[in-house]
Design a protein around this ligand. Structure first.
Ligand code: AMP
Length: 191
């Protein structure tokens, strides 16, 4: 199994690049944001609770996303590998993911971290909000709260993988093709 984490702040292009990467490498895309939005669409109790936090730009509790990822890994046991997008977002989630993968005799091959400046992120997310239908993309205050949450909690995830020499920073500004090529080169070097 070949498992990749695509990492970066909201608006850094993880969704766009994920689509291309899964098409090229045949990986199963697991986005906790997408899984949560599908719970919201189905109006489950979990979705309704999560929505309150998501609407404020805050993270949902670790147990919730770890539970979702655990069942997604279980139900996809024939795939060549996973592309994790938007997960893990805390060091506790990273440790839990390592344990889940260890049970499958697997591990994370590489974390690819997209770097984009804050003003560019805000601009991209406000633009995405015009068409995405995502309530957390329409309010600048919520967008800035999500970016702040990323810096406060999520950058520790990169520190976690750095100790295993698994982090590669990628410039997330430029054309979609250029960024995709840079990501692909890193994956190819670890395949
Ligand atoms: P995303 O689509 O990845 O930008 O996620 C949208 C929102 O879902 C985030 O702002 C969080 O509220 C929540 N969320 C998604 N993934 C996670 C995660 N791994 N841990 C905690 N909250 C998450």
């Amino acid at each position: 199994m070949f498992n990749v984490i695509l990492f970066g702040p909201p608006g850094s292009g993880k969704g766009t690049q994920s689509e291309r990467l899964i098409a090229k490498y045949g990986l199963k895309h697991l986005s906790t944001g997408d899984l949560l939005r599908s719970e919201i669409a189905k109006q489950t109790a979990l979705g309704l609770e999560a929505k309150k936090l998501m609407d404020k730009g805050q993270l949902v509790p670790d147990e919730v996303v770890i539970g979702m990822i655990s069942s997604a890994i279980e139900t996809n046991n024939q795939v060549p590998g996973f592309l994790f997008d938007g997960f893990p977002r805390t060091a506790a989630q990273a440790e839990a993911l390592d344990k889940l993968l260890h049970l499958k005799k697997a591990s994370i091959a590489i974390m690819l971290a997209l770097e984009v400046g804050e003003e560019e992120l805000v601009k991209r997310l406000m633009k995405r909000g015009e068409t995405s239908g995502r309530s957390d993309d329409t309010n600048e205050q919520v967008i800035r709260a999500r970016i702040a949450e990323y810096h406060a909690k999520t950058t520790s995830v990169a520190d976690y993988y750095r100790q295993f020499n698994k982090v590669k920073m990628i410039k997330g500004e430029g054309s979609i093709d250029e960024i995709f090529d840079a990501l692909s080169r890193e994956i190819d070097s670890r395949l």
